[in-house]
Design a protein around this ligand. Structure first.
Ligand code: NAP
Length: 340
C-alpha cells in the first residue's frame, strides 16, 4: 500500500499546516474539501509555503453526506480527520455543530476501518477533556480526563467535540481497532497563518490587535502552536506506541491581557490598539447581562486551567514551542497578511 494519507479539512487552518507537515514528511496527501472549486486555492497556498504539491490530490467530501467516502479511501494507508465545524458564536440550534462533528467522525472512521486503513488520527480537542469540571481544580488536565457534559459552561462546540471523540472510540472498539485510533487534543491553536483567513482561534488575537478589545476579560488562553499540532498528527500516524492513546496539547496558559502584553512588547507600533487593562470579573458579569456571547464565557472567567502535554512531548521528542513565541508568530502573521 502507498504512503497516501486522506486528510479531511485540508482547507482549514490546522488542515493546511497538517498538509504541509505530511508533504514534508514524504507522504502523498489526498485532501478533502466540501467543494472541489476550493482545491486550486488550497494547492496554491500550500505551494507558496514550500509544499511539494506533486504529491497532493483532492477529493470532495461533506461531513453531512455519505457520498464519496468509500472511494476516497481507495489506495489510502492512513486517515487524518481534522474536519469539524469550529465557530466562535454558538448557533441557537446546537445540532448545527454536533451533527457534522459526530456524523462526520462516524463516516470517516467507518469508511477507514472498512477499507482496512492502518491507523486513524482524529483531531479532537481540549474541549473533550477539560470542561464541566469543578472550577477549583488546580492540577493540569490529562489524557485520562473527559469533559463532563452535565457540568456548567459546556457550550455546543464543547459538546460536539466530546461526543465526536467518544463516538470515535466506540467505533474503533466495536471494530476491534482501538489500537489503531489516536486522538490529538489541542488547546487553543495559534501561530502563523497560511493565508488571509484568520480562522476562529486567531480571530481573538486579531480583534485585540485591531482595537476591538479595550479591556481584556480574565479569559484563559491555553496556547499551542499550530506547527506543533500539525507535527503531532504526523508523528501519531506511525509511532507504534501512539496507538490507542489521546495526546493533550497545551504549552502554557495566559490570560488575554498577558497575551496583549506579549503583543505590545513585540509590536510597539500596535500598542495603542491593544487592551490597556484587565477588566475586573464583576465588570464582565455586568456586561454579560446584555451579551449572550460574553455570558457563554463566564464559566471560564479567572480559571487558569492547564493541560499536561507530557505524552505529546514524548511523541514529538522535543518540547512544544513556547506560548510567547506562538503569540508573537500569530501577531507577525496577522500584520504581514494586512489583517491587523
Ligand atoms: P477551520 O479553519 O474552521 O477548519 C475547519 C475545517 O473543517 C475546514 O476545512 C472546513 O471546510 C471543514 N468542515 C467544516 N464543516 C464541514 C463539513 N460539513 N463538511 C466537510 N468539511 C467541513 O478550523 P481549525 O481551527 O483548523 O480546526 C480544525 C480542527 O481542529 C477541528 O476539528 C477543530 O475542532 C479542532 N481544534 C481547533 C482548535 C483551534 O483553536 N483552532 C483547538 C482544538 C481543536 P470548509 O473550508 O469547507 O469550511
Amino acid at each position: 500500500m502507498s504512503d497516501r494519507v486522506l486528510l479531511t479539512g485540508i482547507s482549514g487552518y490546522l488542515g493546511g499546516h497538517t498538509a504541509l507537515a505530511l508533504l514534508a514528511a514524504g507522504f502523498t496527501v489526498r485532501g478533502s474539501v466540501r467543494n472541489l472549486a476550493k482545491a486550486e486555492a488550497v494547492r496554491k497556498t500550500l505551494e507558496k509555503h514550500g509544499g511539494d504539491v506533486s504529491r497532493l490530490e483532492f477529493v470532495a467530501l461533506d461531513l453531512m453526506s455519505d457520498g464519496g467516502w468509500v472511494e476516497a479511501m481507495e489506495g489510502v494507508r492512513y486517515l487524518v480527520h481534522t474536519a469539524s465545524p469550529f465557530v466562535l458564536k454558538m448557533p441557537t440550534d446546537k445540532t448545527e455543530l454536533i451533527r457534522p462533528a459526530v456524523e462526520g467522525t462516524e463516516r470517516a472512521l467507518n469508511a477507514a476501518f472498512a477499507a482496512g486503513l492502518e491507523r486513524a488520527v482524529l483531531t479532537s480537542s481540549m474541549a473533550a477533556i477539560a470542561y464541566g469540571h469543578d472550577k477549583s481544580r488546580t492540577e493540569p488536565f490529562t489524557a485520562a480526563d473527559w469533559t463532563n457534559l452535565e457540568g456548567r459552561g459546556v457550550n455546543a462546540y464543547i459538546e460536539s467535540k466530546t461526543l465526536a471523540e467518544r463516538r470515535a472510540w466506540d467505533i474503533a472498539r466495536s471494530a476491534g481497532r482501538e489500537i489503531d485510533l489516536v486522538t490529538i487534543n489541542p488547546a487553543g491553536i495559534f501561530g502563523p497563518l497560511l493565508d488571509e483567513d484568520p480562522g476562529t482561534s486567531v480571530a481573538g488575537i486579531q480583534r485585540m490587535l485591531n482595537g476591538s478589545v479595550p479591556a481584556a476579560p480574565r479569559i484563559p488562553l491555553v496556547v499551542v502552536d499550530v506547527r506543533d499540532v500539525a507535527a503531532a498528527h504526523v508523528a501519531a500516524l506511525t509511532a507504534p506506541e501512539a496507538g490507542g492513546k489521546r495526546f493533550p496539547m497545551g504549552e502554557s496558559t495566559m490570560f488575554l491581557f498577558e497575551a496583549a502584553c506579549v503583543l505590545r512588547e513585540a509590536f510597539p507600533g500596535h500598542a495603542g490598539k491593544l487592551p490597556r487593562f484587565e477588566m475586573p470579573d464583576w465588570g464582565v458579569r455586568i456586561y454579560a447581562l446584555f451579551d449572550g456571547d460574553v455570558r457563554g464565557l463566564l464559566g471560564e472567567l479567572g480559571v487558569r486551567k492547564s493541560l499536561d502535554s507530557t505524552p505529546t512531548i514524548g511523541l514529538l521528542g522535543r518540547p512544544l514551542i513556547p506560548a510567547r513565541d506562538t503569540i508573537v508568530a500569530t501577531g507577525e502573521s496577522l500584520i504581514a497578511q494586512g489583517l491587523a
